[in-house]
Design a protein. Sequence first.
Length: 156
Amino acid sequence: MKPSTPVILWNDWPALASWIGLLMSWALYAGLPLFKRGQDHAPFFPFVVAATLVLLALLAWRIGRVHVLFARGKEVPGEITGLWLDRDRGRLEFCYRVGETAYHCWAPVHKTARVLALEEGLAVRVLVDPANPRHAIVRDLYLQAEVTAASRTGSQ
């Protein structure tokens, strides 16, 4: 089972914000000549490059984190304990156990149909970092819809 990068981009708010920020930075820079005719735009270029590097690093970290948890994470049962949304983003809270220790974790999410389907008390599969059990994600948020549906029916 592997996560889908487009699904990560769509459901993970920081990943989506980084991707949109990259596109917007370059669109604004490309559009500068339309608004500031006859002026030199070269001084803005270092700022656009710096923003690009920061946003690419954040994007790579968010996507990489999910991929690493899918590759090395331990799958455990968990439960949704809360979902708070404000406009297009929110916070998904969930709990799980590793051994005798209970953990409560949260993740920044984008308001999507998949996120809206998660409700308090819903049982979920959680991928936990064995080296640091406080780092975890809700598995099905990052899988293709067909894989998620198959895992619910048990025909995986």
